[in-house]
Design a protein around this ligand. Structure first.
Ligand code: NAP
Length: 310
């Protein structure tokens, strides 16, 4: 039989590291399975100015690295593996990490959500340099600039409206003429004097990676076929997120978009399995709220193990 851990934590973003810190300090020797994107979404951002405790701000990758070091200091163990499948019907739970398997008395799922990207040739080279999926995190850097938001749902409307606080002009680009966004959000955006709409339009690429900043987009109108360059200082994506919860399909409850459903903040329908951070939170999606729910999951793990005499 493979090794059995008190607690295995899936994911190494803010929620996972915080859960690791708390369970490590409770002497539970957590195993953290880092996943495909070690550090989570913070590892893809630049300056983080809204995480309390850093008056000058802190770079996203540095923040998650600090969290990891803090958890390791108390005995958290990190594994550069990712969860391929889990059997939550047996106890301890059986977790497959590629070719290896481990058992867990309790499980904390902190696997996050991944922002959807457009898949443009230059897109990833400019993430953190004007390409962003988080208006709350990065909007401030574009004060007085003209920027673009992509998408036609509530996230895109919310981002566009939020960004009007900083930008001199926001252009919302959507691939169709009709919108998925709720009527009220759409109307608010349509009526805002700083927001203009470009519909039936897709982005073909973003420039200029050689300058390490966004200078413009190559656009194409799907109805007329017209292709043109559109100068802008930033491109914010509001095309949705994918919760990383597919490996629990059929075993845990999800909402219609695949986010894990929890009750009492972090409890799933399987006793001993807790979920925290963006994999169960579609509403706030902030580093600080993810860290907070990671702490809650860790405290619930302690209580669960105590109650079950483990
Ligand atoms: P969404 O409703 O799925 O909308 C995604 C948008 O992005 C759609 O307009 C879609 O276009 C577009 N899109 C997706 N992939 C694209 C691609 N490759 N290229 C170009 N455009 C692409 O996602 P969401 O806006 O994140 O909202 C998710 C859920 O959260 C919704 O239920 C929403 O109501 C909720 N939400 C609520 C609030 C609020 O109430 N304050 C705020 C944010 C989100 P198509 O329409 O053409 O498919």
């Amino acid at each position: 039989m493979s090794e059995t851990h008190n607690v295995v934590i899936i994911g190494s973003g803010c929620a996972g590291h915080t859960a690791a810190l708390y369970t490590a300090r409770a002497n539970l020797k957590p195993l953290v399975v880092e996943g495909h994107e070690p550090g989570g979404q913070l590892s893809m951002t630049t300056l983080v100015e809204n995480f309390p405790g850093f008056p000058e701000g802190i770079m996203g990758p540095q923040l998650v690295e600090n969290m990891r070091k803090q958890a390791e200091r108390f005995g958290a163990e990190y594994s550069m593996a990712h969860l391929t499948s889990a059997d939550l019907s047996q106890r301890p739970f059986l977790l497959h990490l590629g070719k290896h398997q481990v058992h867990a008395q309790t499980l904390i799922i902190a696997s996050g959500a991944s922002a959807r990207w457009l898949g443009l040739p230059n897109e990833h080279k400019l993430i953190g340099h004007g390409v962003s999926s988080c208006a709350t995190c990065d909007g401030f850097f574009f004060s007085g600039k003209e920027i673009v938001v992509i998408g036609g749902g509530d996230s895109a409307m919310e981002e566009a409206l939020f960004l009007t606080r900083f930008a001199s002009k926001v252009t919302l680009i959507h691939r169709r003429e009709s919108f998925r966004a709720s009527k009220i959000m759409l109307e608010r955006a349509q009526q805002h004097e700083k927001i203009q709409f470009l519909t039936d339009t897709v982005v073909e690429d973003v420039y200029d990676p050689s300058l390490h900043e966004v200078t413009g987009l190559k656009l194409r109108n799907l109805k007329t076929g017209k292709v043109w360059d559109f100068p802008t200082s930033a491109m914010f994506l509001g095309i949705g997120h994918e919760p990383n919860a597919k490996m629990f399909a059929g075993q845990l409850d999800t909402d219609s978009d695949g986010y894990l459903k929890t009750h009492n903040y972090v409890m799933t329908r399987v006793h001993g399995v807790f979920a925290c951070g963006d994999v169960q939170d579609r509403r706030y999606r902030q580093a600080i709220t993810a860290a907070g729910s990671g702490c809650m999951a860790a405290i619930e793990v302690e209580r669960f193990l105590e109650e079950h005499g483990a």
